[in-house]
Design a binder for this molecule. Sequence first.
Ligand SMILES: Nc1nc2c(ncn2[C@@H]2O[C@H](COP(=O)(O)OP(=O)(O)OP(=O)(O)O)[C@@H](O)[C@H]2O)c(=O)[nH]1
Ligand SMILES: [Mg+2]
Length: 298
Amino acid sequence: MNTKTSFKSGFVAIVGAPNVGKSTLLNQLLGQKVAITSEKAQTTRNRILGVAHLPQAQLIFLDTPGIHRAKGPLNVRIVDVALKVLGAADLVLFIADAASPDKAADQIILQSLKKKNLPVVLAINKVDLVKKRKLLPLMDRWRNAYPFKAIVPISALERIQMDELLAEMVAVLPEGPKYYPDDSVTDMPERFIAAEMIREKVFRLTGEEIPYAVAVTVESFKERPEKNLIDIQATIHVERESQKPIIIGKGGGMLKRIGTHAREEIEHMVGCKVFLTLWVRVQKNWTRDTGAIRRFGY
Ligand SMILES: Nc1nc2c(ncn2[C@@H]2O[C@H](COP(=O)(O)OP(=O)(O)OP(=O)(O)O)[C@@H](O)[C@H]2O)c(=O)[nH]1
Ligand SMILES: [Mg+2]
């Protein structure tokens, strides 16, 4: 009898409506922050790759922007990114929100899944926010909506049922090689993650339309090994003149807070001191300009 268990691997697309906790879950499954998160919808704009290494499996997660009925060129573009990722997946991890189901967005996603004929595991997230007796009927409703391979209630925030979720995904994955070496967690350069961390602080510290009007680029990322320091120059782009003073804040206070929070987090990632200089620049109506959208990396 052959008792040798074979190695499994594959690409897992994490999809769901905006704000359901996709990026929070990715960071928890990796034990490391690679994706930015916020309490505002449409935080993620790119496909974010993160590799989970288990003894008998390697799961390559592709976190995606929240799928919704998009308006405007930037949002149409980022939803397109999410739908394209589905094409590259061996398995789909569909995240739903137990506390506030987004019926319209969930329907759009289910429709695309039905066309693709891919195996799908459903994670119902944020169960820490709902009463237990509400959960069973909710799971029944989902069970009738699609032939999921498994349905797992989880809390990404409180790390509830993380191992159970991983086990259900591994069960569905095909046998395969280690696509990534043991020590690699993401394919994204630190320079990109640094820009994202700055953008996250804008999302978390400013309100109204500001987060959606902002893109961040890193102009220079220079390692100075002699000083054990990294020197970063980055620009926060807004789309209207009136948004610039909001980012800068009274006496420069807002920009300083964004910079301090971002610098601390980047230092944690790179493991050395960071010298961060931030600039604010107006790129008129960039969210409606496909050329600028592309130049900003979307
Ligand atoms: N209570 C609770 N909150 C959660 C949980 N998971 C995520 N959140 C919160 O939900 C909000 C959205 O989380 P994200 O991870 O940014 O959500 P997302 O699905 O990646 O959002 P987009 O990138 O905008 O599509 C954040 O405020 C998280 O802290 C959970 O299990 N329980
Ligand atoms: Mg996200």
